[in-house]
Design a protein around this ligand. Structure first.
Ligand SMILES: *[C@@H]1O[C@H](CO)[C@@H](O)[C@H](O)[C@H]1NC(C)=O
Ligand SMILES: *[C@@H]1O[C@H](CO)[C@@H](O)[C@H](O)[C@H]1NC(C)=O
Length: 413
């Protein structure tokens, strides 16, 4: 009897060893590939800064950034500033910062508390071994695994629910768009499953959905699989073939050329808005430089982050054919129920200011490089009982909308 118990204990004690041996077996199998990929992603740093959130920010010389791994970039001359900058034309809506619906601008990234990157370098969030090991395959790290851009109007509900991505967006189409802008408040939505995410962004789109879609995306996101935590982070994404072979988040492949030494893609944004508390919002502007054809991105009122070179996007070579603004989540339906992953603040648009997520002063850039109010704004959501969107227009907020929701609830089982 005592002997049996002993054997049992030996067995129990050795279980973790067996399990960890199996794990490390898998790891060592891939370790060559992991090292190779880390070397590809993490360029030599002039200086490294450890952020309180656990990130390491590498200050990489601007000419050593991942973009220059691209074969078509060998002879590229970095543009250190855009040739043109979209001008605000005066219409009814004027941006005023102080109002009853006041919000504080946020420009802070947490790593700034520990240092800055010198001129001539760019801050790059270091990819760690454990980041790669969370991805389904090492090569898929930093890429979107499913086609996820919503196609309003003709969206096939069967297809959209199959892909598991859900949206609540406002959009314009049917014209030529040379950029888009918005001010959106920042939240930290709860994510039910690590393989789900919640994001709020602008999409600049050209080409055909599901085939060769060209998409430039920028906003904030919470993505445990991508970053290993639940922090809200500034991000960009691009693809030129509907999420198949090209594109990635942030600087996780060669594509985006960063020139700014203050803001790191993929770094946490701080602070975030509180329910019935202070509201913090960010500005995002994406526009096409009419001279070089590159697509530029600005964060806040004065951080020009960099650009996507024109050659990346055959269907955006003249202009974009559609602009979308809003939220997206992944609903993995892990327990046969709708996910409880939140979009925006996790509250429905009806709750309004201080409680719901918003995009305000949504604007497009026209062919004369002017920022204008969008015309004929449409909205789209797969399941309004789970996540919804409500547009409006008023004084200093211009065209705006509230969006989001809690996901699973009695009307969204
Ligand atoms: C870069 O320039 C060299 C020399 O002019 C040329 O041979 C090469 O084809 C160019 N590469 C690209 C990708 O344009
Ligand atoms: C992220 O949030 C989920 C619940 O929303 C929690 O279960 C998980 O432990 C959190 N992850 C981290 C890394 O904090």
């Amino acid at each position: 009897m005592a002997k049996m118990a002993f054997c049992f204990w030996v067995f129990l004690l050795s279980l973790p060893i067996l399990i960890s041996a199996r794990r490390s077996g898998v790891v060592s199998q891939n370790s060559f590939e992991v090292k190779k990929q880390l070397k590809q992603l993490n360029k030599p740093a002039v200086k490294s800064i450890k952020s309180p959130d656990g990130d390491v920010i590498d200050c990489v010389h601007v000419s050593h950034q991942p973009a220059f791994d691209h074969p078509l970039m060998q002879n590229h001359t970095i543009q250190m500033r855009p040739n043109f900058y979209p001008e605000r034309v005066s219409e009814e809506s004027i941006e005023v910062t102080s109002s009853s619906k006041s919000s504080k601008p946020i420009i802070t990234q947490l790593w700034h508390t520990k240092g800055r990157c010198p001129k001539g370098t760019i801050p790059v969030r270091r990819t760690k071994r454990k980041d790669l090991l969370r991805a389904s395959t090492i090569k898929s790290y930093g890429k979107k695994v499913h086609i996820s851009t919503p196609k309003p109007r003709s969206a096939d509900p069967g297809f959209t629910s199959q892909s598991g991505h859900q949206h609540a967006i406002a959009y314009v189409e049917g014209d030529k768009y040379y950029g888009a802008k918005a001010t959106l408040n920042v939240w930290e939505p709860k994510i039910q499953q690590p393989n789900e995410f919640s994001l709020s962004q602008i999409w600049v789109l050209g080409g055909t959905f599901g085939q060769d879609l060209n998409s430039i995306e920028a906003g904030w996101q919470v993505s445990p699989d991508l970053y290993g935590d639940n922090n809200t982070r500034l991000f960009t994404y691009w693809t030129s073939d509907a999420y198949q072979a090209t594109g990635c988040y942030n600087l996780l492949c060669s594509g985006f050329i960063q020139i700014n030494n203050e803001i790191a893609m993929g770094a946490s944004i701080y602070p975030v808005s509180g329910y019935k508390g202070s509201q913090y919002d960010i500005n995002i502007l994406v526009w096409k430089d009419p001279k070089e054809g590159n697509w530029w991105m600005q964060f806040g009122n004065n951080y020009v982050l960099g650009y996507w070179p024109a050659f990346l996007f055959p269907y955006l070579s003249d202009s974009a054919s559609m602009i979308e603004w809003g939220g997206e989540v992944v609903n993995s339906e892990s327990e046969g129920q709708h996910t409880s992953t939140q979009m925006g603040s996790g509250h429905f648009p009806e709750e309004g200011f201080g409680k719901s997520g918003y995009f305000r002063n949504i604007q497009i850039v026209d062919g004369s490089n002017n920022l204008r109010d969008p015309k004929d704004i449409g909205t789209f959501t797969e399941q309004p009982n789970c996540y919804d969107v409500k547009v409006g227009k008023m004084g200093e907020w211009g065209n705006y909308f509230y969006y989001g929701g809690p996901g699973r609830n009695p009307n969204c089982p």
